[in-house]
Design a protein. Structure first.
Length: 292
């Protein structure tokens, strides 16, 4: 029996209820449901374990929640190579490929091979001090280098392959994937990039300069950010979830990862048909909380 994984936002009752229905569907259609330890007892699934320990024959992973739920599990999904489909129970759902109303018929379509498979670029992110790697992350959306809570600008230098490209007096700097171009980078004035492309978007946050503009860089290049002054409570944040304070002389380095995230979509899903309604809705309902 093949496995179907369920990653569920435990704080959303609608997500938990939908997961219970999907457990029953799996059991009646010859699939073994898998889930994470915090949901095993709730869903009545024995042998619940982290995604990193799921069997190799996991056919698909259903992520029930919103964009934040998918961002939280994306690194493990990419490392294991599991294809995933996000089911939107959040506000906007830029990353999700189906709505709850699409299930279970949509799931059968995906399992029959009639869905759309997209491979999304990820960023390998390192914090380096000289030649020493101090921290490492995997980003689906973006890495942000930004000032702390005090209302002071910082000067951030962006480098491409170790050579200076520009220095930004700003609140911060966003290095985004095409997937993340509709997230923080968009709110910072960056362009929308079709998500199946490979590129790095460099978008300054509230730059104190008329010539500071966003840039789109080929993914073969390594893009770095370092603080050139003043260094007062500067932080690096990855996908709105992980990060730490930067010490002086530390540099944040982003490059295209060898890993990709496989996202499954309903065959009727189209990026540009989805994009504009969600951008209009974002003015009304606000962005999705990235906390899984």
């Amino acid at each position: 029996m093949e496995n179907i994984g369920l990653v569920v936002h435990a704080g959303k009752p609608a997500a938990v209820d939908l997961a219970r229905n999907l457990v029953h569907w799996c059991q009646t259609h010859g699939f073994t449901p898998m889930t994470t330890p915090e949901l095993g007892g709730v869903l009545g699934i024995e042998g619940a374990r982290p995604v990193a320990q799921w069997p190799e024959d996991t056919r698909v992973v259903l992520v029930l929640g919103g964009d934040g739920t998918l961002l939280g599990v994306a690194p493990d999904l990419a490392r294991r190579g599991f294809p995933a489909v996000g089911v939107n129970l959040g506000r906007l759902g830029f990353l999700t490929g189906m709505e709850p109303v699409d299930l279970p018929d949509g799931l059968e379509i995906l399992l029959d091979g009639r869905g759309i498979t997209e491979e999304r670029m990820l960023l390998d992110v390192e914090v380096r001090q000289g030649n020493t790697r101090r921290a490492r992350y995997l980003a689906l959306n973006e890495v942000v280098v930004a000032k702390g809570p005090l209302a002071r600008l910082v000067r951030l230098e962006a480098l491409v392959d170790g050579r200076s490209m520009a220095t930004y007096p700003a609140d911060g700097l966003v290095l985004a994937t095409p997937t993340g171009s509709t997230a923080y980078a968009l709110s910072a004035g960056g362009p929308v990039v079709e998500p199946t492309l490979s590129a790095v978007v460099v978008a300054p946050i509230c730059p104190h300069s008329l010539y500071s503009r966003s840039m789109v860089i080929h993914p073969a290049h390594e893009v770095s950010v370092r603080v050139v002054g003043p260094h007062r409570e500067v932080f690096v944040t990855v996908d709105g979830r992980l990060g730490r304070a930067l010490e002086e002389s530390e540099t944040v380095v982003a490059s295209r990862s060898s890993l990709t995230l496989k996202l499954l979509r309903h065959p009727d899903w189209r990026f540009f048909q989805m994009l504009m309604p969600k951008l209009r809705d974002s003015d009304r309902v606000g962005w999705e909380d990235p906390t899984p």
